[in-house]
Ligand binder design. Sequence first.
Ligand code: ARG
Length: 589
Amino acid sequence: MATVPSLAATVHQRVSDALSAALPEAASADPLLRRSDRADFQANGMLALAKQLKGNPRELAGKVTEALPANDEIASIEVSGPGFLNITVADEAIMDNLAARRQDPRLGVPYKDDPGTTVIDYSQPNVAKEMHVGHLRSTVIGDAVVQLLEHRGEKVIRRHHIGDWGTNFGMLIQYLIEHPHELDHASDTAGAKDAGEAAMARLNRLYKSSRALFDSDEAFKARARDRVPALQSGDPDTLALWHKIVDESKTYFQGVYDELDVEIRDTDIVGESAYNDALQEVVEELEESGVAVRSEGALCVFFEDVKGPDGTPTPLIVQKSNGGFGYAATDLAAIRNRVGELKADTLLYVVDARQSLHFRMVFETARRAGWLPEDTARQLPFGTVLGKDGKPFKTREGETVRLVDLLDEAVERAAAVVREKADDGVTEDEIRARAEQVGIGAVKYADLSNSMTRDYVFDLDRMVSLQGDTSVYLQYAYARVRSIFRKAGALRPVPHPELELAPAERALALHLDAFGDTLVTAADEYEPHKVTAYLYELATLYSRFFENCPVLKADTTEQAENRLFLCDLTAEVLHQGLALLGIRTPERL
Ligand code: ARG
């Protein structure tokens, strides 16, 4: 396993060295090298530098050019316009580099120099409730960030901070005590999805019946309220029923995860309840240190810059006036655990942007209390999923859209696309299998390709389209490559660096060169959408290459082998890139 630096990085280094040699007074200046349409790369750093040194940018650029020693990578360098450097790299260097990349199973993508431990909080649905599109986003984004970080060698600890605690459990448990057969059912033999749906149906029934009683029967309401302290203090019978409800929910969650094709491990589900025993200590410490103060009976933390519309400060409430602990106290206890016990260097929270104020206050409180070092915690906030009407995504009746229905529909639409493309004789089972990978991939891709903080419109028609920036387009590009290989006969993918490259080959090859750099930035900046953008561009360049450069019918065997090599590397990059985003690449579409 060997890291393969990109050719772009090598060229950058060469130009930087030449710049330091030519202008020792600007030794650390960045030449600002970019891919360019005019040449392979363009460096425009000389403009800012000239201003700084009060010189002429064209002259400076000329000096840098002269200071560049002959090397294998740069075929030509010239000064253009007001003082840009236009750089053309050698075909041979491009192909040599790609050949080295292909040798490595990781395609030469570097590990981090200084990996640490990241605890990431994502996919945190609530017990006894349906999952909604917000939970979908958190799951899909979180999963991609986990894969990207692990690929870089970071140690990642996953935490699914599910909503499994709180006063509403008093009502559910009390109802179960009085109606002990409510959750009974014949043993589920079906798959994860059906078992999950059946579990959710039972939970919905339990929720509706207990809510109805709670709202209509004062005596029941009182008994339900009394059940809360019994739960909090760990009364065994109460806890047993609580477990039963949590387990039903987990069955439901796993059904959704199964359909969504993400791995969520039971041991990583550490919900709000897990921090129950630490809450008392958390509030005591906060109160003793003066970080939190009593205000109208509640224990509060105040912030200079957090005020309501009328100018009165909005505090973070860590303990309510009735003594109850809330969402904030739990998050504070979780921080202490993640930093103190799990030894996290970085804490990530993949949570809806609408909770940003909550996290800002929680992080600041934890810092004041000395539990959280500066710059350790970070929310990765995501935008809202909208319906076609531009409002938060709901059913026509104004209810939350059930995730399973949504995913089923995505697979259904994908099946139509797949069926139309499929050759005669493809079985219905095969179509279903492909449709699942296409439909689920489309939902994930749409979610990831929109920049995280932006709201986006959930539009299945667009998501499963073969045209445009969709996973189907990428999967199709992959399948096309695979089909070439099925027809290649004895031809093998072999790089021939001595060959001159056609423009479409160069463009594709130089983009392939950027795979490692893209993954590094995407992982280190927590931006999966940089990967989708990169892969989309790759598929586009591939299709241009495919139109302009015959592969199996190339002029010579060497050229055919060289083009097959580019095909093969393209497929491998598509496959590895999409896999990191949780998206499959079927062999045929
Ligand atoms: N369960 C919450 C919800 O559905 C999300 C939890 C986010 N994580 C956290 N540590 N607060 O909105």
